[in-house]
Design a protein around this ligand. Structure first.
Ligand SMILES: CC(C)(COP(=O)(O)OP(=O)(O)OC[C@H]1O[C@@H](n2cnc3c(N)ncnc32)[C@H](O)[C@@H]1OP(=O)(O)O)[C@@H](O)C(=O)NCCC(=O)NCCS
Length: 153
């Protein structure tokens, strides 16, 4: 079920013109944010880049890379003021639906062990740990491992 919990919200594909707003949100949300160029590259590469909008205001975004029958969720985020209302769960379910409709057999993603909220969300949607990628992420002191998760569709 990927219906958004607030009727005024809607999904739509991310547009090139959304990138400044996406990059601003990204900076608010992550200590080590993607650059605007990373999002531009993702859109130009044809990745499945989606937005959640409240009218004209973009309040969430996600990037899914599909290669043959495998999908890799590269990013998913909800604006701070809109978190904890079920939007992240619905949005992730929507992105899983995108992968399913593209006939993918699995969705992969990486998550920081310290990201308890995201880990809870992924676990409760059925993702399982496949491996640990050592020293995958930059961190304030040194590097942080990534948990590599997968959801079989
Ligand atoms: C992860 C994220 C997308 C979740 O978005 P959201 O809209 O807040 O998610 P939901 O409201 O659907 O909540 C999902 C679950 O997380 C829980 N949760 C949300 N925020 C939480 C918090 N701050 N502390 C503890 N649990 C939290 C909710 O209770 C919910 O679980 P439940 O349904 O079992 O009660 C959002 O926190 C975010 O954008 N984080 C920053 C970016 C990020 O870390 N992305 C993931 C990278 S791997």
């Amino acid at each position: 079920m990927s219906a958004l919990p607030i009727p005024q919200l809607a999904y739509r594909p991310m547009r090139a013109t959304d990138i400044p707003a996406v990059a601003r949100l990204e900076k608010d949300l992550y200590a080590f944010p993607w650059s605007a160029g990373n999002f531009r590259d993702s859109v130009n590469a044809g990745y499945d880049c989606w937005a959640v909008c409240h009218g004209e205001t973009l309040i969430g975004y996600a990037v899914l890379m599909i290669a043959l029958d495998e999908a890799h969720l590269l990013n998913i985020a909800v604006a701070p003021d809109w978190q904890r209302q079920g939007i992240g769960r619905a949005f992730l379910d929507h992105m899983i639906g995108v992968a399913r409709r593209a006939a993918c057999g699995i969705v992969y993603l990486e998550v920081r062990p310290s990201n308890i909220t995201a880990r809870h969300l992924y676990r409760t949607l059925g993702f399982q740990q496949i491996a640990i990628r050592p020293n995958y992420y930059p961190a304030t002191s040194g590097r942080e491992d990534a948990l590599f998760l997968g959801l079989t569709l």
